[in-house]
Write a protein that binds this ligand. Sequence first.
Ligand code: GLU
Length: 415
Amino acid sequence: MESYNSFSVARQQINEAAKILNLDKATLELLITPQLETNFTLPVNMDNGDVKIFQAYRIQYNYARGPAKGGIRFHPDETVDTIRALACWMTWKTAVVDLPLGGGKGGIKCDPKSMSERELERLSRAYVRAISPLLGVDIDIPAPDVYTNPQTMAWMMDEWERIHWKHSPGVFTDKPQQIGGTEGRRDATARGGVITVREACKVWGFDPTKEYAIQGFGNAGQRAALLHKEILGGGKLVAVSDSRGAIYNKDGFDPLELVQHKLKTGSVLKFPGSKIIPHDDLLELDVEVLYPAALENAITSANAGKIKARIVCELANGPTTPEADLILYDNGIHVIPDILGSAGGVTVSYFEMVQDKYTYFWDEEVVHQRLDKKLTQAYHRVQEAIREKNVHPRLAAMVVGVARVAEACKLRGWV
Ligand code: GLU
C-alpha cells in the first residue's frame, strides 16, 4: 500500500539518494532528521470576542549550508509531518540551485478562508511573537507559501522588528516592494518553472506551443498560465483547476482573462466558455506540459499510469509520490521535480535577502537574468546527474542536493 505521509515519502527519497551516493550511516541519520523543531500554540482573539487556540510549527530542517529558508503555510490540514516534509524538501531545493541557505518550513493549522483580515493579522503577529529569537537574517528566513502572501510577510516583519527594536527587512522575503521586497519575486516560482520547461524543450525536443494544463490556480498557477506563453512564445491553456473544481476548453483559455476572473470571483469555475471536468481528468489530459501547482500527493500510483503529458513541471511541493515517479519514468514522461521546477521562488527570495543586506535594489531585468542563469544551470546539472547515475529526474535532483548538503555537514565536522 502506497504511503501518503509526506514525511515518509521525503525520507524514502533521501534513502534512495543516499544509496546512490554511498552515504555513511551517521550522515544518513542526520539527513533524515530535522535539526530543530518548534511546535507551539497561539491563543488569538477572534472578532467575535472568543479566544481560539491555533497549533503552529516552525522546523529548521538542516542549516549546514546557511540559515534555514522556507515558507509559512496557513492550512486546515497542517500537521507536524507535512511541515517536516516541506522543510526537508526546502533543504534539497536550496542546494539544487546552489544557494547559501538551508531548508525550513512553518505552518499554522487554520482555515484562512473563514478568517477576517484583522484575525489573520493577529495570528501572523502572534506566530512571530512566539518564536522571534529563532528567526533572523542569519538564522531562519520565512516567506509566503500556501494561503500566505506579501501582506502576511509585512505584518510578520513588522512584529519582528518591533520586538528586536531594529530594521531588518531581510528576516522575511516576498514582502511588498515598498518595505524591502524585490522586483520579480511574485512571479518567480512560475518563471523558474517555465524556464526549466524551456530548457527541457531545447534538450528533448518537446513543443511548448502545444497544449498545457495547470492543476491549482493560486499564485504559482496563475503566473505560470501567463508566463508559459510569454517565455515560450506560445501554447494553449486548455484546463485549470482550483480547490472548487476544474474547467476545460479545447480551444484554449485567455490566461489573463482567466486570472482576472479568478481574482474577481475567487474561483476558476463559471469562466465563460468553460466546461466543468472532474479534478482527476485534468491530470490525465493529452497535453504537452502539465503543471501541478496545488498540494502534495496529487499524482499517485492510482493515476500516474493515466498521465499523458510529455512534461510534468512541478510548481507545487511534493505533488508526486515515489511509486508514481517510477510509473512516470517507465512511461517516458519527463518530470521536472519540485526541488528544481519550483526553485525559482526561493532563488529570488535569496536575491531579496542580498538586496536587503545592501539596501540597494536591482532592476527587474537583473532579477530575471540572474534567476534565468541559476535555474538554467540547475536544470542542466540535474540532466547530467540523470545521465551519470542513470536514474529518474527526482532521484537525480535529490542526488545533486543531498550530495551538497552532506558535503557541508562533513566540512563542518558534524559527521
Ligand atoms: N514557499 C516557497 C517554496 O516552497 C518559497 C520559499 C522561500 O522563498 O523561502 O519554495
